[in-house]
Design a protein around this ligand. Structure first.
Ligand code: NCD
Length: 649
């Protein structure tokens, strides 16, 4: 039995097969392959196109449709779980088509249904059947998808159609330019997956090139060809600017994919800035003369009505393809009722918590938080060994977050995770002994004790840390072209503490406030946050034309810095980005060179170097320490002198 939850559930060949079926939809109309079959449409959110085109498709295939006119008047209103609804309706229908406002809700229902389930949009997560329509439209208009350049515009953060579409475009080898409204950039988990699974690289595009659509926001160019290593440069000024200029001139835009602001999913009020629109100016630009304009609809005011009459406005055609494409998809799924999924998704390591307390998804709109009873504690585990940092991806909504604490089920020991434990973690995972916790409290409630660590040596004391930060601050100020443009951006959480101290030093030296921000690499969404001033109404942090100083505690593999740089470039074009780290360990996997270093510590890979700060670690004084972990799998070796403190935090 095959369901369609994510666009990754279909291989490229299968997508082509669906398109061939859609090309011959008239034949399906006479063959009536769904004769005697029933489709149930369960829509917990408004819909016109998706629902009606599914219902029309089913009827044209000879089948019939049942549905609730409004799911708010279904048993959901009485508190029925998704799991129960899925089970019950499976007995009434041969296929379920579900739209829900929670991310991952359709996956949860599919796990409990006895018939195929199709995702017609789950929260801000995915909308795979819209993507099938989008790709089909592009293919009809432009032929081969490979090598096309598609500009995705608008609310890239909350737009589920965008998320499914960019993965699909990447799989077919298209280039993607993202032109987001301010504060609505493509989520980091999406970018990261593009980088990791599809070898995509991202680079900024000069905004002049897209002036006809929008002047305020910068665009990013995502390409599979990998000639641009821009995200790895810490100096944007000359090198990158030069490349930007050449890149912008060479680009040919095949399609604009516009989306509306998803106001029902915006909770933080941040999204009030300008929004890209396609107006009459666009139609007159020579460079856009062969650029088609698409939109999943409904539109609000992103598209000028003039475009409706222009050959390039193809969104009504795109909506009309909804019927043949969905007929093809239904036929495809009915033919595979006995089959197992052959997902196109690269297999990640699956992780299920062996303990009853364990990690929780950080996405507040995820079904695992909204209705845990219908879900399991399932994740994908990334990067063991290869990147160092250990990342959990929610199996329902795909959001990613960093592993904080790890434990061993047998020894009942836990510690905070850091890169030097990567090999040990792989070993624990292979033996099914890996427990992951969000907090010390969780671990201790389950009876875990801190892992014992080997002798700990202090590398830097309080005074040395303070003078290193003061010296770095002096250098930063000396190199700064315009102190009013300075933005000190710390990587959460130790990096942002250090950033605060650097900012305080600079303020002391200059007698003026400097702006301070925090960057969260694997968080729930809002990656960039202002730390000062703390005015709740302050506009989102703007990076445009700023001299950014990125601050982190220890630079080890360089991956964290690379991710931070990609967030920075995606969020606006700074004038420059320089990197300040307290400790440089020199085990670089990516070519990142810090501009300011407190101390170089060429330690062995296995040693753990930690910056412990009074404020975060309840230490007596700030210090940088080095130690190794003794047999974390067993935890039976005698405790050594330095280990009496909690190794974990
Ligand atoms: C989209 C959706 O519901 O995600 N609409 C659709 O299915 N055609 C886009 C939107 O609502 O903006």
């Amino acid at each position: 039995m095959r369901s369609l939850i994510s666009i990754a559930d279909l291989t490229n060949d299968e997508i082509e097969e669906i398109f061939s079926l859609a090309d011959a939809a008239h034949r399906l109309r006479t063959e009536r392959p769904a004769n005697g079959q029933i489709m149930a449409t369960l829509f917990y959110e408004p819909s016109t196109r998706t629902r009606l085109s599914f219902e029309s498709a089913m009827q044209r295939l000879g089948g019939t449709v049942i549905s609730c006119s409004d799911m708010r008047s279904s048993s959901a209103a009485k508190g029925e779980t998704l799991a129960d609804t899925a089970k019950v309706v499976s007995a009434y229908a041969d296929v379920l088509v579900v739209r829900h406002n929670w991310d991952g809700a359709v996956q949860a229902m599919a796990e409990h249904a006895d018939v195929p389930v199709i995702n017609a949009g789950d929260g801000g997560h995915e909308h795979p059947t819209q993507t099938l329509c989008d790709l089909y439209t592009l293919r009809q208009e432009k032929g081969d998808l490979k090598g096309l350049t598609v500009v995705v515009c608008g609310d890239l953060k909350n737009g589920r159609t965008i998320h499914s579409l960019v993965f699909a475009l990447a799989r077919f080898g298209a280039n993607v330019v993202t032109l987001a409204a301010n504060g609505m950039e493509l989520p980091q988990y999406v970018i990261e997956r593009l980088e990791r699974e599809y070898n995509y690289d991202l680079a900024p595009v000069a905004s002049d090139d897209l002036n006809a659509v929008m002047t305020e926001t910068d665009a990013l160019y995502l390409t599979p060809k990998q000639p641009h290593q821009l995200a790895l440069f810490t100096q944007v000024d000359q090198v990158i600017q030069a490349r930007l200029n050449t890149m912008a001139t060479g680009l040919r835009y095949d399609a604009f994919y516009m989306t509306r602001k998803q106001k029902e999913r915006i909770t933080d009020g941040a999204a009030n800035g300008s929004y890209p629109t396609i107006g009459p100016e666009f139609l007159r630009e020579r460079r856009f003369q062969d650029t088609v304009v698409m939109h999943p609809l409904p539109r609000v005011d992103e598209l000028s009505p003039e475009l409706d009459k222009d050959r390039r406005g193809i969104y009504f055609k795109q909506a009309a393809y909804g019927v043949p494409v969905r007929m093809a998809l239904l036929k495809f799924l009915f033919d595979r009722r006995e089959a197992k999924a052959t997902a196109a998704k690269k297999k990640a390591v699956a992780y299920e918590s062996p303990e009853k307390l364990g990690p929780q998804c950080r996405n507040p709109n995820c079904v695992t938080l909204k209705e845990p009873a219908s879900t399991q504690k399932r994740f994908e585990l990334f990067s063991v060994g290869e990147i160092g940092t250990l990342i959990l991806g929610c199996a329902y909504c795909d959001h990613r977050f960093k592993v904080q604490f790890v434990g061993n089920v047998k020894s009942k020991r836990y510690c905070s995770y850091d890169d030097s434990l990567a090999d040990t973690m792989r070993d624990w995972l292979n033996r099914d002994q890996l427990a992951i916790f969000d907090s010390i409290k969780e671990a201790e409630e389950l009876g875990y004790e801190p892992v014992k660590s080997g002798p700990q040596r202090t590398l830097m004391g309080e005074v040395e840390i303070a003078s290193a930060l003061a010296e770095m601050s002096r250098q930063i100020l000396r190199d700064c072209r315009d102190p009013d443009r300075l933005l000190i951006l710390g990587v959460r959480s130790v990096g942002s503490q250090l950033a605060q101290r650097i900012a305080a030093e600079i303020e002391g030296q200059r007698k003026r406030k400097v702006e301070l921000g925090e960057i969260e690499i694997y968080g729930a969404g809002d990656e960039l946050k202002r730390l000062s001033p703390t005015d709740p109404d302050a506009a989102p942090l703007s990076l445009k034309d700023r001299e950014v100083i990125l601050v982190d505690d220890v630079i080890h593999t360089g991956r964290t810095v690379k991710s931070a740089l990609s967030i920075i470039f995606r969020s606006g074009r700074p004038q420059s980005v320089r990197l300040a780290v307290l400790i440089d360990r020199g085990h670089r996997e990516v070519p990142v060179k810090p501009n300011y270093v407190g101390k170089n510590i060429p330690s062995s890979e296995k040693d753990r170097v930690r910056v412990k700060l009074r404020v975060l670690d309840q230490e007596e004084r700030d210090q940088v320490v080095i130690f190794s972990v003794i047999s974390p799998a067993h935890g039976t070796k005698p405790s050594s002198a330095g280990a009496k403190k909690r190794a974990a935090r």
